[in-house]
Design a protein around this ligand. Structure first.
Ligand SMILES: [Mg+2]
Length: 134
């Protein structure tokens, strides 16, 4: 006799519905809102880190990754502007992609340090506005 051979169809239906609810609650839906705020970006990054298994990485690890991404941005700019010769065999991403990577890492660092980036941006800009640029 196979498993579930004598199970009532209604019981099987209820069991499948319950399993679907459990599975859906375990799957994190990654969806960045239209017109996202910085807080929305931070929330999105928090979810993507869990989904991709990066959430255990430390601030220091993220800072090292940020440095790497900044280097990739520099290389992409170097290629775009033909500042120096580039190895044609090396993988070089586009400037916009590297900027996006940097935003992701910055959000990841801010999340670990409980920094609200929008608030920080506003506060720092108030300081910057008072500076004299010569
Ligand atoms: Mg990159």
């Amino acid at each position: 006799m196979g498993v579930g051979e004598n199970w009532h169809p209604i019981f099987l239906f209820i069991l499948l519905c319950y399993a679907k609810v459990v599975i859906n609650s375990c799957i994190i839906m990654l969806n960045l809102k239209d017109n996202p705020t910085l807080k929305d970006f931070q929330e999105y990054v928090k979810k993507l880190e869990v989904e991709r298994g990066f959430h255990e990485e430390s601030v220091l690890q993220k800072c090292l990754l940020l440095g790497e991404e900044v280097g990739e941005l520099f290389k992409a700019v170097r290629k775009r502007d033909r500042i120096t010769r580039v190895d044609p065999g090396s993988k070089i991403s586009l400037v916009d992609e590297e900027l996006a990577d940097i935003i992701i890492i910055v959000c990841a660092i801010a999340n670990r340090l409980n920094v609200d980036l929008e608030e920080s941006f506003r506060n720092k800009e108030e300081i910057n506005k008072k500076r004299i640029w010569k």
